[in-house]
Design a protein around this ligand. Structure first.
Ligand code: C5J
Length: 222
């Protein structure tokens, strides 16, 4: 068993044989200029800062035989899985499905919807395209985790309070132990990230645990 004694709010113990990493939405549309994140008026450089740590986390999990699952928030070419309530909300410069500098915004198969090069999936790693914020909604993630026998999920990715937190809550309700790696997740709003970390581990880990990448690495190399 692996134990992170310094995890918050208290130690977490897990078996790497029943653990998987989920890297949420490390897509060009969120992380690079010209994508969905920027069209919403956000500063994408904040998200770029976690790419090296997330890459190191993915490499560590691969090295330890922990399956790595990647998600992409994106929609079908015909937008049949995009509810008008999602497309029409707010006043972004470009809406989902519109043509942007990296192809159609958040549409499967377009350059912007793909994962940034530094954390790109390797052969045999599952990549889940999801139309929602949570990775369990309208996907085969539950079935895949059941097949793997997964009990513990390690989380990374963007953005902390939207797709990462939503997926963690979905996973928690499905009985998984959830660990979020603090320096491998980021928000366009630092105060939202801080609040999310706090609310995840509040009330005796009501959603799950958090630790730094270094703490996880030390525990796995222990
Ligand atoms: C957002 C996400 N923020 N991946 N998506 O719209 O968190």
């Amino acid at each position: 068993m692996t134990q992170i004694s310094t995890a918050q709010p208290f130690q977490i113990t897990f078996d790497t044989a029943t653990t998987a990493l989920i890297a949420i939405d490390m897509q060009r549309d969120f992380i690079e200029p010209g994508g969905f994140g920027e069209t919403l008026g956000n500063d994408v450089s904040l998200l770029q800062a976690i790419v090296p740590t997330t890459a190191a986390l993915i490499a560590l999990c691969r090295d330890k035989g922990i399956p790595v699952i990647h998600t992409r928030e994106c929609h079908k070419q015909d937008l049949s899985d995009l509810p008008p309530a999602k497309r029409d909300r707010g006043a972004p410069k470009l809406r989902i499905g519109d043509q942007g500098p990296m192809g159609r915004i958040l549409v499967a198969g377009e350059d912007g919807a793909d994962i940034v090069e530094q954390v790109y999936p390797i052969a045999d790693e599952l990549v889940i395209d999801k139309p929602g914020k949570g990775a369990f909604f309208a996907t085969n993630l539950s079935a895949h985790l059941a097949q793997l026998g997964t009990k513990t999920l390690i989380f990374a990715g963007v953005t902390t309070e939207v797709c990462v937190q939503t997926t963690m809550r979905e996973a928690n309700d499905r009985g998984f132990e959830c660990l979020l790696i603090e320096d491998a997740t980021e928000s366009y709003f630092p105060e939202f990230k801080a609040a999310t970390l706090e609310m995840i581990r509040a009330q005796g880990a009501i959603v799950g645990w958090t630790s730094t990448f270094a703490e996880l690495k030390d525990a796995l190399n222990g």
